[in-house]
Design a protein around this ligand. Structure first.
Ligand SMILES: Cc1cc2nc3c(=O)[nH]c(=O)nc-3n(C[C@H](O)[C@H](O)[C@H](O)COP(=O)(O)OP(=O)(O)OC[C@H]3O[C@@H](n4cnc5c(N)ncnc54)[C@H](O)[C@@H]3O)c2cc1C
Length: 429
């Protein structure tokens, strides 16, 4: 079965694809692959831009039946099949009065795929989705199905939360949820220098703060999301249609096409889109605010830098965009997250600022992304595992204190490299 990722920049024809219904079928698939000398890759929703999800031997789709979700209302522990998407999980949690405390921009990822690359949202007092994991069931290279948690096989548990798909196929994930909550979203377009000048108070004064800056403009759209007991004002259907569909998707696609045909118009286009982007104020369920549809296809690179380096990172980014991003109509997204203790999480051990650059699919990205990558790596930046970058194991080792422990664990668990692919060879060695 031919496979391509969401962005369309990665394609493959695995030897075979196995859609597993339970852990035993995953284990059988891994054992059969070993017999046939094939490598194994767990497939998520294909929302990584890098080749991390590319299978060349046996592609395994992990169980994802929502009927097997188990909710413990007393502990708020929710055990979900690894292949379930966040889009199905979020409303299901809501029905039980529960939610995940923080989410990224979209909900199309599978739970296992999202945690495997350290998928995150924003909020200096919050962490990535993988930080909510309390236990995992995983099929290892020898075909065994093992349970791990902070008390059972703790080293495997710790590493496999952001495991890059390199340690085995995760079959179920236990997440700690929080009571369901609504968010009040306040979106504004402000001068970029004012946003940067007041950054510390924006970040500490809001539970979830982020901003978008359009290259070649001096304005930024800020998004402040905070918990509220209020139920309104709701975003009406019309506002949602205009905000998400017309501006966020169809109208934005038009702006991108116009910018590609007439690059000299890009600064004016970007100013116009930035002025229309802020949706004002509204209240919605948490996941309805965190996540929105993304239909305009793009390529993305995202770097995690120490939070204290954000001003230097922004200065370097602005210079790089000025020089190499002339025709870029896509905004830069800047987010913040608290430190966690997950060995290969991009926020491991440090409070973090995330800077993500995008280009419309089909546009050249190499010079722009390359210039931004140089700025971020000089600041000890760590690339998002699922977003484009050129780093290798030798370089990544220097920014992750526990890198060698992860590699040593992988050597012990998967000496024959059943779960590797060319991307993992590059980033893990
Ligand atoms: C439009 C868009 C918006 C995005 N927004 C954000 C965002 O806001 N924040 C953010 O941090 N990222 C974001 N991303 C990146 C995305 O969240 C990650 O790349 C994520 O890993 C994709 O999940 P997936 O289910 O598609 O996994 P895939 O991309 O299919 O796979 C990723 C990795 O997970 C592994 N994997 C999948 N299933 C299993 C399993 N059962 N067991 C073991 N390993 C497994 C795969 O083998 C692979 O190594 C975005 C991507 C897109 C396209």
């Amino acid at each position: 079965m031919s496979w391509r990722n969401w962005a369309g920049n990665q394609r493959t024809d695995p030897v075979r694809t196995i859609v597993a219904r339970d852990a035993a079928e995953v284990a059988d698939a891994v054992k059969a692959a070993a017999r046939d000398g094939l490598r194994v890759k767990a497939l998520g929703s294909g929302h990584s831009f890098t080749a991390i999800g590319v299978a060349d031997g046996a592609a395994v789709v992990a169980p994802g039946d929502p009927r097997s979700v188990r909710v413990d209302a007393a502990t708020r522990l929710v055990t979900v099949p690894a292949g379930l998407t966040l889009r199905r999980l979020n409303p299901l949690l809501w029905e039980h009065g529960l939610a995940l405390p923080n989410l990224g921009d979209i909900d199309a990822q599978t739970v296992a795929g999202a945690i495997a690359t350290g998928t995150h949202g924003t909020g200096a007092g919050y962490q990535c989705i993988a930080a909510q994991v309390r236990a995992l069931d995983i099929v290892l290279a020898d075909g065994s199905i093992v349970h791990c948690s902070p008390t059972e096989r703790p080293e495997l548990f710790s590493a496999a939360r952001v495991g890059l798909g390199a340690l085995g196929v995760v079959v179920s994930v236990t997440l700690e949820a929080v009571p369901a909550f609504r968010l009040r979203a306040v979106e504004q377009t402000l001068p970029l220098d004012a946003v940067l000048g007041d950054l510390a108070s924006h970040v500490s004064g809001n539970e979830h703060f982020e901003f978008y800056w359009f290259p070649h403009t001096d304005v930024a759209t800020t998004k402040c999301n905070n918990r509220t007991e209020a139920t309104g004002p709701e975003r009406g259907r019309a506002a949602r249609l205009i905000g998400d569909e017309l501006l966020g998707n169809a109208g934005f696609a038009l702006a991108c096409q116009l910018g590609e045909t007439a690059p000299r118009l890009v600064p004016r286009i970007n100013r116009l889109v930035a002025s229309q982007m802020a949706a004002g104020e509204y209240v919605d369920r948490s996941y309805g605010v965190f996540c929105s549809p993304r239909r305009v296809r793009f390529l993305e690179m995202e770097y995690a830098v120490p939070r204290a380096a954000i001003h230097e990172a922004m200065a370097g980014l602005r210079a790089a965009a000025q020089r190499h991003g002339q025709a870029v109509t896509f905004p830069v997204e800047v987010r913040f997250l608290g430190a966690d203790d997950i060995p290969l999480s991009t926020s491991s051990g440090r409070d973090t600022a995330y800077i993500a650059v995008h280009v419309h699919r089909g546009q050249p990205h190499e010079a722009y992304f390359g210039a931004v990558e140089s700025v971020m790596t000089a600041l000890s930046g760590r690339p998002h595992w699922g977003k484009l970058h050129t780093r290798t194991a030798e370089q990544l080792r220097t920014v992750y204190p526990a890198f060698d422990d992860f590699v040593a664990l992988r050597d012990r668990l998967d000496p024959e490299r059943r779960f590797t692919n060319p991307y993992l060879e590059r980033v893990l060695g």
